[in-house]
Design a protein around this ligand. Structure first.
Ligand code: NAD
Length: 336
């Protein structure tokens, strides 16, 4: 049984807290926010004590696992301090994406977890669904073969004023870049063009080309400009033996084998299937708790802090490319 705390009680922290309460191998023991109303509301909702200071909560409750669901500049600058605090307090940490808007901080967070031998996961919830797992299985079974290309797309409508021109690139794309790397391996080189849609002062739509280490090529289209874009996410991976498409995280995964006109389809079942986006969090958080609870080694964590750092390096390379007219940038050249 894992004793759990959550730091940062915005909508996402409250969702984490509710999910921990459902899990048979987790016990939510405390919640924390520096905004008293948010901390109190989360405490009333979950029935556990609230704290206004993360260090105080960690000292008092000594949890086994801590979710870090803070936000901040570029939706991630506040993750750094409580992540280090929780790791230093001996916790395994599940952090929200992006790991951090700062590569320097992200690297330090990963190194701290490694030094202390703690499990560190990032909430890449888009790819822990049965449909995404089915695609993983097709890859593992050799149904795709030598990889050729990956086409990834993710768009949502996010029209409010945002705090940085790079907000969309840094905060939305970790999911997509991680999914591309999960299926196709490390990315070596990137180029990026982007667009500020009418009325916007951020790079709100982007087109990113990548070259994977294995030699395959890939593309990511991402946008904050599409109000009702259903479907909103699509991941296509093709190889010499077959091609799969995962639609909207959990809705459908289709395999198109090269040797036949017959396709294989996984469709979200009506009974027992996913009912909404919250279920993607359920699957990801359950996977992390199950791994920790079964004694997984830090390097075995699926969707690790290291993966979060690597995704962010690709995004920083894309930003460097964007700022230099779209020229290709080697990811290894991007550092804090
Ligand atoms: N995985 C997903 O699909 C997904 C979806 C949306 C958002 N997110 C991520 O979830 C995170 C949180 O999103 P949100 O919308 O709930 O953000 P939010 O800004 O509404 O909430 C964050 C909360 O953290 C608190 N906080 C900041 N520093 C703190 C500290 N040191 N100690 C205690 N509390 C602290 C803030 O007061 C705030 O209440 C973001 O990183 C975001 O990128 C992930």
């Amino acid at each position: 049984m894992q004793r759990v705390c959550v730091i940062g009680m915005g909508p996402i922290g409250r969702l984490h807290a509710r999910i921990y309460k459902e899990l048979p191998n987790a016990e939510l023991v405390g919640v924390c926010d520096i905004i008293p109303e948010r901390a109190k509301a989360a405490s009333e909702e979950t029935g556990v004590p609230y704290f206004l200071d993360a260090q105080e909560m960690l000292d008092a409750l000594k949890p086994d696992i801590c979710s870090i669901t803070t936000g901040g500049y570029e939706y991630s600058s506040d993750h750094y301090i409580p992540t280090i605090q929780a790791l230093e307090a001996g916790c395994h940490v599940l952090g929200e994406k992006p790991i951090s808007n700062s590569l320097k901080h992200a690297k330090e967070m990963v190194e701290t977890a490694r030094r202390l031998g703690r499990c560190y996961g990032i909430n890449f919830n888009h790819r822990f669904t049965p449909a995404a797992r089915q695609a993983e299985q097709w890859l593992a079974d050799g149904r795709i073969g030598e990889l050729l290309f990956c086409n990834m797309a993710l768009w949502i409508g996010k029209f409010m004023k945002l705090d940085s021109p790079y907000y969309h690139l840094k905060a939305l794309n970790p999911h997509s870049v991680n999914m591309m790397m999960h299926y196709c391996g490390p990315i070596e080189e990137v180029s990026c063009f982007a667009y500020k849609a009418t009325g916007r002062d951020i790079w709100s739509t982007a087109s990113i080309n990548v070259r994977f280490k294995c030699g395959a090529v890939g593309h990511l289209t991402s946008s904050y400009d599409i109000a009702r874009g259903h479907p909103m996410e699509r991941c296509e991976v093709a190889g010499v033996k077959g091609r799969f498409v995962v639609e909207d995280m959990w809705r459908e995964a289709v395999l198109y084998p090269a040797e036949t006109y017959l396709k294989e389809v996984y469709t979200n079942p009506v009974f027992g299937g996913y009912s909404n986006f919250d279920d993607t969090f359920r699957a990801r958080i359950k996977a992390f708790v199950d791994q920790v609870d079964s004694g997984a080694k830090p390097e075995e964590i699926d969707g690790s802090g290291q993966d979060g750092y690597e995704a962010q390096r690709v995004i920083h390379a894309a930003i460097k490319s964007l700022d230099n007219g779209g020229i290709p940038i080697k990811v290894e050249e991007v550092d804090e």
